[in-house]
Design a protein around this ligand. Structure first.
Ligand SMILES: Cc1cc2nc3c(=O)[nH]c(=O)nc-3n(C[C@H](O)[C@H](O)[C@H](O)COP(=O)(O)OP(=O)(O)OC[C@H]3O[C@@H](n4cnc5c(N)ncnc54)[C@H](O)[C@@H]3O)c2cc1C
Length: 399
């Protein structure tokens, strides 16, 4: 009988778990090593467009995801000071009709749990917790993963799915050289029943203004509202999900903005702040029997809401490559890189551009602002910016 290929995965985030599930479904032996002592995700929101949901539905998660998601009827653009509102696009049935899959909003821990449960249902011992990966050695026969406590694990392949501060990338490539984007992201969740009715509508809202923007959308079946406020500010450069700020500081960053924005800020449970760092797209991320996926190889600014979607697409396509080229692991990983690099590089670049659009100085004056929104968010332009993203089909990408 042919020996099953053994894949080691560093990191049990959304990308690592998607890869694990897709590989288990294709008959591979998989072991995931997660540094955290328990499986958890930060209590923030996440939008997943059709391209990110397609792989998860293909992996059999539709029912579990539907039960926990919120499905907005559409997205709106609002002007920072007057609150004037424009439709960005319809979601709901329109997303399904156009792209075959919906556009859903998740509380991150919900999505993470669905993936972890699905992995464990196929292989209960697939995820090792409290396992901090520090490096690896590869040879002709396989790869050895090193853990901080001295343990070693041996497999045929290693996937570094260990996020933006990846140790595996650190060994494959020269030290990471992030540059501060000049933006700070405020984020937090709000119990929906604290908000006035007018703010409880099931839509995704994107406020745009000079030097800042705000995004909010419902989560967890509508029980929570996610809040993200991005502001150009140079005095905070810590890239972490767990750094707390204060409501006063957040209000001050949106001085002069519409009352609805301040109503949201006042009701955020805990306002966290995250410095947004930018990184140049990599030219290569597969080296012999070791590859990277998700934020470890193409971290992005969040202005297209595609970071997790890319990590999920990666996990699915990587599994296709490993199955197809099982007898030549290095070729499998190279094919994965070839299949993904052009799209992910384009997303990283377009995401940076979108941030400039959201914060344009033209938004400062009342007349200029309305004209700017009508021009930049005219339907053909919106279609040009999003259609190629949402249409992507992980089963049809040549590998
Ligand atoms: C403000 C903000 C809003 C965002 N909104 C969206 C959105 O709406 N939609 C979207 O698609 N994306 C969004 N993103 C991007 C998204 O959060 C990331 O792209 C996504 O989480 C990347 O997944 P990942 O699995 O690659 O990495 P991560 O989610 O970072 O997972 C990495 C895992 O590896 C573990 N790990 C790290 N180091 C080690 C180690 N040495 N050994 C073992 N384990 C290790 C970590 O503990 C973690 O569990 C947003 C990002 C930000 C900052």
């Amino acid at each position: 009988m042919r020996k099953r290929i053994k894949v080691l995965i560093a990191g049990a985030g959304l990308g690592g778990l998607t890869a694990a599930l897709a590989l288990l479904k294709r008959g591979c032996d998989v072991q995931v090593f997660e540094q955290a002592p328990e499986l958890r995700e930060v209590g923030a929101g996440l939008q997943l467009s059709a391209n990110g949901l397609r792989p998860l539905y293909q992996l059999g998660l539709e029912e579990a995801l539907r039960a926990l998601a919120s499905e907005p009827s559409g997205k709106e653009i609002r002007l920072w000071n007057t609150g004037q509102t424009w439709k960005l696009f319809d979601l709901g049935a329109t997303s399904v009709a156009q792209y075959g899959y919906p556009y859903l909003m998740f509380h991150r821990p919900d999505l993470h749990k669905v993936l972890a449960d699905a992995v464990r249902a196929l292989r209960p011992e697939a995820i090792t917790l409290g396992a901090q990966c520090t490096g690896f050695e590869q040879d002709e026969e396989g790869v050895t993963l090193k853990l901080a406590d001295g343990r070693l694990a041996r497999g045929d392949l290693l996937i570094g799915a260990d996020g933006v501060h990846s140790q595996i990338r650190g060994q494959l490539l020269a030290a990471d050289q992030p540059t501060f984007s000049g933006c700070l992201a405020w984020r937090g969740v709000i119990p929906m029943d604290r908000l006035p009715q007018r703010l409880q509508r099931p839509v995704g809202t994107n406020w745009v203004g000079p030097g800042a923007h705000v995004i909010h959308y419902p989560l967890h079946g509508g029980a929570l509202m996610n809040f993200v406020g991005i502001v150009e500010r140079g005095d905070w450069q810590v890239e972490s999900w767990t750094q707390k700020g204060t409501h006063e500081e957040c209000h001050a960053d949106f001085k002069g903005w519409h009352d609805d924005v301040h109503e949201l800020i006042s009701n955020v449970d805990v306002p966290y702040k995250w410095a947004l760092m930018a990184r140049e797209p990599l030219q290569q991320w597969s080296f012999g029997r070791v590859t990277l996926l998700g934020d470890s190889c193409h971290p992005t600014l969040p202005f297209l809401a595609q970071g997790a979607a890319m990590a999920i697409e990666d996990g699915y396509i990587l599994a296709r490559c490993i199955e197809k080229y099982e007898s030549d692991p290095a070729l499998a990983l190279k094919q994965f890189e070839v299949a993904r690099i052009e799209r992910t590089t384009k997303i990283v670049q377009r995401s940076t551009e979108n941030g400039k659009r959201f914060h344009n100085p033209a938004l400062a004056s009342a007349d200029g602002a309305a004209a700017y929104v009508e021009r930049e968010w005219a339907e053909p332009k919106v279609r040009e910016r999003y259609d190629w993203l949402f249409r992507y089909n992980v089963d049809e990408v040549p590998v």
